[in-house]
Design a protein around this ligand. Sequence first.
Ligand SMILES: C[S@@+](CC[C@H](N)C(=O)[O-])C[C@H]1O[C@@H](n2cnc3c(N)ncnc32)[C@H](O)[C@@H]1O
Ligand SMILES: [Zn+2]
Length: 281
Amino acid sequence: MSTETFDRELDLDLAKYRCPLCQQALSLVDKSYRCENKHSFDQAKQGYVNLLPVQFKHSKEPGDNKAMVQARRAFLDKGYYQPLLNSMLALYNKYGDKSAAVFDAGCGEGFYTHQHKTEHNSVYGVDIAKETIKIAAKRHQDCFFSVATLSDLPFSDGGFGWLYSVYAPILENEFSRILQDQGYLLTVTPADNHLFELKSLIYRQATKHDTSKQAIEQLTLVEEQRLNYPMNFENSEDVLNLLAMTPFAFKASDEVLEQLRQLKLFSCQADFVLRLYQKTE
Ligand SMILES: C[S@@+](CC[C@H](N)C(=O)[O-])C[C@H]1O[C@@H](n2cnc3c(N)ncnc32)[C@H](O)[C@@H]1O
Ligand SMILES: [Zn+2]
């Protein structure tokens, strides 16, 4: 959808941004989000807003670095995680209230975010990495993106009906706070054999993922799914991008990198756990 056809003031059920400094509601006036205490946050030209005050930043460029971001974007664009996206959307279609606001926690470049946009909802994405939010906002102008931290979300209480986290930190208190009653949280985390074949090239003894459940006490588990499928690679560039997205990329020796560059065919498992929780009281 283009900027021209998307009106941010449309009659959608919008979630409300709140000021990260004083927690009062923010309103958008002349491309600037302002609270009653006169704190002000300008909307960037790409359409996102930076709601991470400098004093809350623990490093100069928090979140994923540029190389990881570019690799993930190139990899996801090739469709290797399409089955995951399909499973996420199937759950959303089965359980989600389609007019309630949706939130993607740790959204990266917005690959999953914009896929949740419908005519009747408003969709928000937050990430702590500014470069990634710039890309997301530029690519997907029909969603609301902001730079912020998941540990202190810039939203008022109870504004979201559907919240999900794909491979990003899960902050139970904040997630529960911004969910409506009966709203859902979907988490996607790696299962035992995720990228096992790739890891086996790098580690002498590749360990399996720990899939033990992170206890989420404030919400009720409604459904749990395992999604396992082979990803068949026919070019080494995609494998190298996949590797660059992972936390073990820096462990790869020059020898392994060379081996990967020479690869003609490679198959590797994608293995995910999807857990759907509901706020029941
Ligand atoms: C592995 S990436 C996943 C990105 C996206 N969900 C995807 O699957 O394409 C994790 C993301 O979480 C973000 N992140 C990590 N810690 C965060 C925090 N405390 N607040 C907001 N975002 C955070 C990173 O910048 C990164 O974009
Ligand atoms: Zn304020």
